[in-house]
Design a protein around this ligand. Structure first.
Ligand code: ATP
Length: 222
């Protein structure tokens, strides 16, 4: 099973998300973490059913994945994995990382995984499925998000499973703050307002052509 990780990719970032839709906020953190940590690849992993959004409607997985592919085209260090879409059901990051670690073992490759997430998402890590296992399988690359600055050491100890013992598993990366959010893009698109400069042009066209997020086009669950 390939996820577009080449055997030569030793340092791999993983950006999981709902990507409903992908926007420049996602792309900037992926690119700047790649550069800061010298990653060979950043894998974008759209969730099938985001565990924290099980009671919300999300656009069809096929649409969300198509937009990710359009957005990352042209960056040879970026790739998308359908690992969570194929697995189906609630998309637990620990399971995804477990599959990626198993794959590296099968390939006989020593690979370091960095799971990229914002300081906002980090604050909720304790409620994720098996966060201790997640931290064993990958390091965390934490980025700021407007309203959620990078955590200091004390804050890290309070949010990490394993507390102080886990701090060495985290690297904080100062990225350019962009206040983009997928929910804001959806609200704008729903009322036919401009989303230009919030998402790449190809994603903007896709949303327009498929009438995604319009009130007269009911959103489908994945
Ligand atoms: P929504 O507005 O629907 O909640 P979102 O914009 O947060 O969506 P997700 O796909 O849920 O997008 O995000 C995936 C990951 O990217 C999460 O860790 C999230 O915190 C992070 N992220 C999203 N937007 C930004 C941003 N503008 N700056 C930094 N991190 C971001």
């Amino acid at each position: 099973m390939t996820h577009w990780i080449e055997p030569a990719d030793r340092r791999v970032g993983i950006l999981g998300g709902t990507f409903d839709p992908i926007h420049y906020g996602h792309l900037v953190i992926a690119e700047q973490v790649r550069e800061a940590l010298g990653l060979d690849r950043v894998l974008f992993v759209p969730a099938a059913l985001p565990p924290h959004k099980l009671d919300e409607e999300v656009a069809a997985a096929t649409d969300r994945a198509a937009m990710v592919e359009l957005a990352i085209a042209g960056n040879p260090a970026f790739a998308m994995s359908e690992i969570e879409l194929r697995r189906g059901g609630p998309s637990y990051t620990a399971d995804t990382l477990g599959e990626l670690v198993d794959e590296a073992a099968r390939q006989g490759v020593a690979r370091e995984l960095y799971f990229i997430l914002s300081a906002e998402a980090l604050a909720g890590l304790g409620s994720w499925h098996d966060p201790a296992r997640l931290l064993e399988l990958a390091r965390l690359a934490v980025v700021p998000r407007p309203g959620a600055p990078l955590p200091d050491a004390a804050r890290l100890v309070s949010v990490l499973p394993g507390g102080a013992a886990s701090v060495s598993r985290v690297v904080c990366v100062e990225t350019v703050p962009l206040a983009h959010s997928a929910s804001d893009v959806r609200v704008r698109a729903a009322s036919g307002r401009s989303i230009r400069y919030l998402v790449p042009p190809a994603v903007e066209s896709y949303i327009r052509d498929h009438r995604l997020y319009r009130s007269d086009n009911p959103r489908r669950t994945a």
